[in-house]
Write a protein that binds this ligand. Sequence first.
Ligand SMILES: [Zn+2]
Ligand SMILES: [Zn+2]
Length: 248
Amino acid sequence: MMTKTIESASSGYCSFCGETHSLEQGKAREYCLELMKTLEEKGRIDFHIPEQHMDPRLSLDYLLGEARGQMFGVLECLDMDGQPVILKAFSGQYNGVWSVEGWAPPLLDTGKFEFLVCDVDKQIKALGSRINGLSEGAERRELTRQRKKLSQNLMKEIHALYNVHNFRSEVRSLFEFFANGVPTGAGDCCAPKLLNAAVKQKLLPKSLAEFFWGRANRSGTRQQGRFCTPCSEKCQPILGFMLCGIKR
Ligand SMILES: [Zn+2]
Ligand SMILES: [Zn+2]
């Protein structure tokens, strides 16, 4: 069977329909350019709140420092009355922050996430200091094994918190899309955040575009303002499902 690949579109194969669903960059690209301008002007991502209440963690300085940069995305939608609604998202956490007003939320319950991580992190750190106090030997190997197991289980429990929605009112877990294990960061990119938010707000997606913002890398694949399509390793396996049921 032929699967059409559209350059500069978000797409994925849908096993339910047996075809590739896609969304073009279309007008979302123009909204991205506007967002870039706003980011440049404001120098922070919490520009929906007055400057005196700004959170220093949400400054764009973060992207120029350690983080090196991040993906941003825009989804152009229509509401039930046919009025345009523009959703926007940043990939993953922004400087350790999951939820920022005016941006699409993550696919997981952040309260449950914090609870899980806080508890297990303590155990992992405690094991770490015991391991550091030991010389090579059976006990050290055993504790190292335990620590590895703990962090693997934690990743699994975190991934279990993700709900992936589509436009046919279906919900799936991340595990259903990755037979060989869920890659780190799956579900945290802009496209899944934006589509999930659109489902929940009963919006009809029209176009989707993502761009990189931050320090350029040497190879030039990451340049500030450069448009990208959703990644193949984390996003493509879930996008066919997520784009299913969008009525045109
Ligand atoms: Zn991705
Ligand atoms: Zn489908």
